[in-house]
Structures are given as structure tokens and as C-alpha cells.
Design a protein around this ligand. Structure first.
Ligand SMILES: C[S@@+](CC[C@H](N)C(=O)[O-])C[C@H]1O[C@@H](n2cnc3c(N)ncnc32)[C@H](O)[C@@H]1O
Length: 779
């Protein structure tokens, strides 16, 4: 411990370092005099500043009244949140720093149990915090240390570069705990710090421990700990150095043994953060030859993941599986060792089960260190949960960690409330253009706020592209109540119901609630030109002209036609898709205004045709085309839709206040950014709307600055601009939704009102050429 005038403040025993009372008393007795445990920023700076450079979400744990954060701030690391459980010290630090360092945050919080959501930070800094919890090697300190380290893992974003910087005396029991907590895809490096004047000659010197998340695609999960010093027998702290070297040696032996074990049996050991896809699971064993290991964070910096490696239920064997090893540490023993989760039939392509981020969310809910997600493949019959359970038990046994297998304990098999689910295949067809397409009805949870009888969806799934793009529509037993405004399209609806009715079920597609999350995003984004559309219609200048490239089941065009009364034209390359939309999704053309039409054709040509026309242009051009190369980072839309020729045609085809809308499925941020850049090369403004929990990102591009869009003058501060943009968006929605100012039977008005109930916030708007983020909220 450092020499200073605080000797009288030290506790009787190390346990007290964990007590709030001790620390409140310590800081009170110290007054406003800062105390630096283990040295000042000037000693740490040369090693720590390069690590923290570029991090804008830094958490300082157990900040105390140290000047460390202030010094880091003054050196350019301004995105700092400080926590300490001592109210007194946080108040003092706030008063001291608020004016001079306004971006820095201070919060009273227990660092072993914070209130921040998972992945809130990219860097965590702890100087003396872990040591305060683990001063002595006791059971209490062990539990507190484990809880704290689990919290650090939870709070760091699961992606490459996230870093934990710990300044500690690295006593053997502390270092062991730390290495165990970061046994997954983390690289650990230990370095000596320059001796501080007040600790010169002390038997225990502070050590810098840097723990950094590796690039998971190439990470060697068992890479040895990097030790940047040797046992220096002449050093004053020779014993400490020997102890550290001993712990590191033992750790690398353990890693070596684990490596050997992994080769013999890849499932024997837990691999925190690993996600392994097994396309085929049979009594003979798991075939993971086609499966690739994916770790939690291989979303890379994008937060997006490879959508190819997902179990969409199309495998040849009865079952496919995804094995997920949780990164949470069982600090309080609350996690069970292993469980199986059966995905209900028909729901495997939902984000929650198909997208790795969704799968991790399921895994977290299962409270297990290992979760084996099971998908029941199409083409096989699964009747009762009991028989599925009996079949699965022997299959999953070898997927459990070795210690679970050894105790012969049954692995619990879980599923959702609806059990193994139901799936009715309506048509399974091979299209020469799109490959295998399945139309199926599946039981789903009831959508909040929707009519009571929506318990099924009809889906069109493109199996051969293994993408997530598909169409879906809710099914209802009865038609929805027709409003006055909608009554005019009643005959089309009747025909649609007749055409799409199931043989065995009295259910028809129902379009007052959109089933696809990204369709909701598309419709919500139309509020960008809401004003213009309302004005135009009031002035009798047209219904609103929409061209949709890529029909799918047709649910979005039907919705736009039925609810907004737009004239909607659709083109699709694939004749089979159009036939399926007519047969199963009730897509019924109408040649009277408002029009609804679909034709086989090339979207590129359709846009070029529109561009060459003289009369008033399109109000909305929607590119919702799948068929991109699934092995490419951008699987939707196909690359040609981002080429200059198409974008220029799209630009020319639109009215001055028109909007280009593009549905993108992309797993590389760099490719996505280049798509945005291509759009920016032709259009004035580009906007993005992400629905939380959806793989699709919807981009909007306009020919001019839109009235309700954020001003991009570059003068106002980001915050002010974000607020005014949000207010402008809200105003558009509010004006449209006020019955006194606008006739209520205007379908546009009705729809914008309805969107307030339907759209599940939060949506995140990103204005592409300015770093502005704000929640659009419900509108
Ligand atoms: C050894 S001091 C380090 C202070 C500061 N980081 C420095 O470098 O000088 C430990 C700090 O951890 C805080 N602390 C201890 N247990 C804590 C807990 N469970 N939650 C939050 N803070 C805690 C104490 O109040 C104290 O400020």
C-alpha cells in the first residue's frame, strides 16, 4: 500500500475494503484531497493512453476521488462515465468536474451490480477497484471478485477491440480469478508500471493488466497470456514477480491441456462466446463439417452478422442445432450448466431464432452456460413434444459439456409457451429463378394491439438463398372491420379472401397489422414525405404513385394500396413468386384508382421506363429485391441496384419530393457504408431507419432536403439539431393525427394514427452525413 498521510484511515482488515461504510468514512476523513492508489496518470499515460485512444464509451469503476478520469479527459478521452458506491465521493467529484469537464458523467453505483444494459461500453478502467474487493484470499473476496469481473464482461460490447484496463497488485488469487473470467476470446497482457515515488521499494508494485477482445473470426481462444517481464530476482518486489510468473505458467499449462481436449472432443469444454452451427444432428452424431465456429461478437464492428449461417429449418436430417456458450460467469451460481431449447416449428426464421444476436438473447433467457438450440426441419413430422424430447435426449447428450455428461444428469429441454409449434406447408415449389420456395402457415404469438384472432402467419420463405428475406402476413378468421374509407376497396378484399382461404382452415391474410418488422420501418419512414403526400392529395393532384421492385408475397404493396389508397405498381423477375402471391397472399390486381398491379419484369428496366416518362414522377420507389448473391456481404438488394445507372434512373423517376426506399440486408459495415456513399453520390439526403431486433436496415433517399428532416447546416450543435429534427418528425405525425385539423376519413391520416400504436419503438434514425442519432419514438 502506498505511503501517504492516510495511515490512520486504513481499515483493521482487508474485508473492510469492500464495505461502503469504510469508504464513506475514508473519503470524509480525506476531505477534498485526492488520493491516487497505485500512482498517477503521468505514470500510466504512456501505456494507457494508446489503449484508450478512439474509445468513446469508457467506464471508470470505483473511481474514488482520484484525478485519473479528469486527466484522461484532458488528454482527449472525454466519453467517460465514472461510478463509485460512495455517495459522498461522487458528489464531491461532480462538483469538482461538472463545469470544466461537462461531458463526463458521475453515478453512484455498486460496481459489482451496475444498472447499465449489456454491452454499454467499449472500455472499462479500474485502478485499485478489483483489489479493493479482493484484498485477501477469502471466500468473500472470491465471490465479490467473480461478481465484479462478470459485470465487466457483461458491460463490455462483445466485439473486437473492447478492452478492460486493470491496475492491480496482481496477487496470485486475484490474477487467477481475472484469467479465469477472461478465458474466452480475450487476449491478456501483463506489464510493469514505472514505480511511483510513494510506492518505491514496496513489496507489491502495481501491474497493468490489459484484457482485449480479439478479432473473433481469427481469434485463438487459447492464446497464452502475454507477460512483458520476467522474474527479476533483484527487484524489490521479486516475490511478487515470481508469484505472477507462476500463475501465468500454470494458466498456460491449463490452456495447453484444454487445446488437446478440444481436438479430441469439441463439446467437452465450455468456450465462452462460441456459437457453433450444426446443420445436421442425427443419432450417429452431430455433423458440424459445414458448420463454422462463430463467436458472440463476430458481428464485427458492424453489429451485423453473417445471415448465411443460420438454421432455417431446411436441413435434410430431422434436426439442426446451434450450440451457444454463454459469456456470463456464474458469479452467484445462478446459471445451469446446459439446456436444450427447441425452436417452435415455423418460427426458425424469426430474428430471435435465426439471427445470432437473437439466439444470444434466447441463450441469456435460458440462464445456462451452454444452450443447445434445436430446429425441427421441414419435411419431417413432429407430432408431440414428448416424442421430440425422447428422440432428442440421446442426440444432445454428446453436445453437453463433459462434466454434465459424466454425472449422467438429464439435460433439461425447454421451449416457448406454444410448445414445439405447428407448421402447415401450403406449397413447396422450385422456381427456376429463386430456387426452392416454401409457403407455410405457422402459429405465432399474438401481436400486441392487433385484432384478437391473429395467431397465425403465412410466410413465403426462400430456402435456397439461405437469406432471411421473406414475406409474411398475419392470418385472421374474420375480415377486419371495414372503415368508411376502406369500404370502397371491399370487393377486392372479398376476392382476395376467396382466393387465399385455406382449404383446411378458415383463415385469410389480414393486412391491418404488418407482420414484417422492416415493412413497418418502411411505412414509418414515409412520414418523411407525409406532408407532401397529404397536400398533393388534398389538391387533387393524385393518390400517390408507388413502384415496388420485388413483390414477395405482396403484403407491403397490398398494405400500401389498402390502407393508404396509393396507386401501387409491382415488378418481380420471378413469375412463380407472383403466382404464389396471388394464390396464397390474396394479391388481387385492381385497375381502377387506387390501382394495384404486378407484372413479371426487371426492376432496373421498370425504373428506367419511369425515368423516361415526361409526366409527374413517382412519390415512392421501393427496392425490396432479394436475389443478391448470398455469399456476398450485401445479400439484399442485388448489387446492380446500387450502381450509378440504376440510382440515376431512380432519381429521375421520382417527383421532386419523392423518396427512394431500399431494404438492405448487409453483414459488413464497410459494404453498407459504400452503399450509402453510392446513394449520396446521386441523392441529396440519405436516411436510415433500423428497427431494433431486425436484420434488415431500411435506407431512404430524397432529392431535396425534406421539410421535416434534420437541418444539416453544420452550425448548430448535434444535440440541438437532433432535437429539432425529432420535433419536426413528431409535428408531422401530430398534425396528421389531429382529427380537428384534417378530415379523419383520409386514409393517410388514419394510417399515421395507427402507426402510433403499431410501430414498435425504439427506432433509430441515423442521418448519414452527420453523426446524429435520436429516437423517433412512437409516431
Ligand atoms: C482502492 S480505491 C481506488 C480509487 C481510484 N480508482 C484510484 O485509482 O485512486 C477503491 C474504490 O472503489 C470503490 N468501491 C469499493 N467497492 C465498490 C463497489 N462495490 N462499488 C463501487 N465502488 C466501490 C471505493 O469507494 C473506492 O473509491
Amino acid at each position: 500500500m502506498p505511503k501517504d498521510d492516510f495511515a490512520g484511515l486504513l481499515p483493521e482488515n482487508f474485508e473492510e475494503f469492500r464495505s461502503l461504510d469504510f469508504w464513506e468514512g475514508f473519503f470524509k476523513a480525506r476531505g477534498s484531497k485526492a488520493f491516487e492508489w497505485y500512482g498517477e496518470w503521468k505514470q500510466l499515460r504512456p501505456l494507457v493512453l494508446p489503449i484508450l485512444k478512439g474509445h468513446s464509451d469508457i467506464l471508470v469503476l470505483g473511481c474514488g476521488n482520484s484525478d485519473l478520469s479528469a486527466d484522461m479527459y484532458d488528454d482527449g478521452c472525454t466519453g467517460i462515465t465514472n461510478i463509485d458506491f460512495s455517495k459522498g465521493v461522487i458528489k464531491e467529484m461532480m462538483l469538482k468536474n461538472l463545469r470544466k469537464r461537462p461531458r463526463m458523467k458521475w453515478q453512484v453505483m455498486d460496481m459489482t451490480e451496475t444498472k447499465f444494459p449489456d454491452g454499454s461500453f467499449t472500455a472499462a478502467v479500474d485502478k485499485g477497484g478489483l483489489d479493493a474487493l479482493m484484498g485477501e484470499d477469502t471466500e468473500g473476496s472470491d465471490a465479490a471478485g467473480a461478481k465484479f469481473l462478470a459485470e465487466v464482461v457483461r458491460l463490455l460490447k462483445p466485439r473486437k477491440g473492447s478492452v478492460y484496463v486493470c491496475v492491480s497488485l496482481a496477487q496470485a488469487h486475484v490474477l487467477k480469478k481475472l484469467l479465469a473470467a477472461f478465458s474466452g476470446p480475450w487476449h491478456v497482457k501483463l506489464q510493469r508500471l514505472p514505480p511511483t515515488p510513494d510506492m518505491a521499494g514496496a513489496a507489491l508494485q502495481p501491474i497493468l493488466v490489459k484484457v482485449q477482445r480479439a478479432d473473433l473470426a481469427h481469434a485463438d481462444e487459447l492464446a497464452p497470456v502475454e507477460l512483458c517481464f520476467s522474474e527479476d530476482l533483484s527487484a524489490p518486489n521479486a516475490e511478487q514477480l515470481q508469484d505472477i510468473c507462476q500463475v501465468v505458467r500454470e494458466d498456460s499449462q491449463m490452456r495447453q491441456q484444454a487445446r488437446v481436449q478440444d481436438e479430441a472432443d469439441p463439446f467437452a469444454r465450455l468456450h465462452p462466446g462460441r456459437r457453433l452451427f450444426l446443420p445436421s444432428l442425427s443419432p450417429e452424431g452431430a455433423d458440424c463439417t459445414n458448420g463454422e465456429a462463430h463467436s458472440n461478437g463476430d458481428a464485427s464492428s458492424t453489429g451485423r452478422v453473417n445471415p448465411l449461417d443460420v438454421p432455417l429449418g431446411g436441413g435434410r436430417s430431422r434436426y439442426s442445432a446451434v450450440v451457444l456458450d454463454s459469456e456470463g460467469i456464474a458469479a452467484d451460481g445462478a446459471l445451469r450448466d446446459c439446456c436444450v431449447f427447441v425452436v417452435p416449428q415455423g418460427r426458425e426464421s424469426e430474428w430471435l431464432f435465426a439471427h445470432p444476436e437473437g439466439q444470444w438473447a434466447v441463450a441469456r433467457d435460458c440462464l445456462s452456460k451452454r444452450v443447445i438450440l434445436i430446429v425441427l426441419n421441414r419435411g419431417h413430422e413432429f407430432t408431440a413434444s414428448k416424442s421430440v424430447q425422447a428422440e432428442l435426449s440421446p442426440l444432445v447428450k454428446h453436445l453437453a459439456p463433459l462434466h454434465v455428461r459424466e454425472v449422467e444428469k438429464a439435460v433439461p429441454i425447454l421451449t416457448t409457451d406454444e410448445g414445439i409449434g405447428e407448421r402447415h406447408i401450403r406449397e413447396d415449389v422450385i422456381s427456376p429463378i429463386s430456387g426452392r420456395i416454401v409457403v407455410e402457415d405457422t402459429r405465432v404469438p399474438h401481436p400486441e394491439g392487433g385484432p384478437d384472432d391473429l395467431h397465425w402467419v403465412r410466410r413465403m420463405v426462400f430456402l435456397s438463398t439461405r437469406g432471411l428475406t421473406q414475406s409474411e402476413a398475419y392470418l385472421a378468421h374474420r375480415p377486419p372491420e371495414a372503415s368508411d374509407a376502406q369500404a370502397k376497396s371491399g370487393s377486392a378484399k372479398k376476392a382476395r379472401r376467396k382466393a387465399a382461404k385455406g382449404k383446411d382452415m378458415d383463415m385469410v391474410p389480414h393486412y391491418s397489422v404488418l407482420a414484417c418488422e422492416y415493412h413497418v420501418s418502411i411505412v414509418a419512414g414515409l412520414s418523411l414525405i407525409g406532408d407532401a403526400l397529404v397536400k398533393q392529395r388534398r389538391a387533387g393532384k393524385g393518390q400517390g404513385e408507388v413502384l415496388v421492385i420485388g413483390l414477395g408475397g405482396g403484403s407491403l404493396p397490398i398494405y400500401l394500396h389498402e390502407v393508404f389508397s396509393f396507386n401501387v405498381e409491382c415488378v418481380d423477375l420471378d413469375e412463380t413468386v407472383i403466382r404464389l402471391a396471388r394464390t396464397h397472399f390474396g394479391f388481387q390486381e385492381s385497375s381502377e384508382t387506387p390501382k394495384l398491379q404486378a407484372r413479371v419484369g426487371d426492376g432496373l428496366e421498370a425504373a428506367a421506363e419511369r425515368a423516361s416518362q415526361q409526366e409527374a414522377g413517382l412519390d415512392v420507389l421501393i427496392v425490396d429485391a432479394s436475389g443478391g448473391d448470398p455469399s456476398q456481404a450485401m445479400s439484399c438488394p442485388p448489387a446492380v441496384f446500387l450502381e450509378r445507372q440504376f440510382l440515376q434512373d431512380a432519381h429521375r423517376s421520382l417527383a421532386q419530393e419523392g423518396l427512394l426506399v431500399m431494404n438492405c440486408v448487409c453483414r459488413s459495415q464497410a459494404i453498407f457504408d459504400s452503399a450509402v456513399a453510392a446513394l449520396q453520390g446521386v441523392f441529396k439526403d440519405v436516411y436510415q431507419l433500423d428497427a431494433e431486433g431486425d436484420v434488415n436496415r431500411v435506407i431512404f433517399a430524397s432529392k431535396q432536403h425534406l421539410e421535416c428532416a434534420p437541418p444539416l447546416d453544420g452550425t448548430a450543435s448535434t444535440a440541438v439539431r437532433a432535437c429539432s429534427s425529432l420535433a419536426a418528425l413528431r409535428k408531422v405525425a401530430d398534425v396528421h393525427a389531429t382529427p380537428s385539423s384534417i378530415p379523419v376519413d383520409d386514409p393517410l391520416v388514419t394510417q399515421l394514427t395507427r402507426l402510433r400504436l403499431l410501430a414498435n419503438p425504439p427506432y433509430m434514425w441515423t442521418i448519414m452525413d452527420a453523426p446524429i442519432y435520436f429516437k423517433a419514438g412512437r409516431f
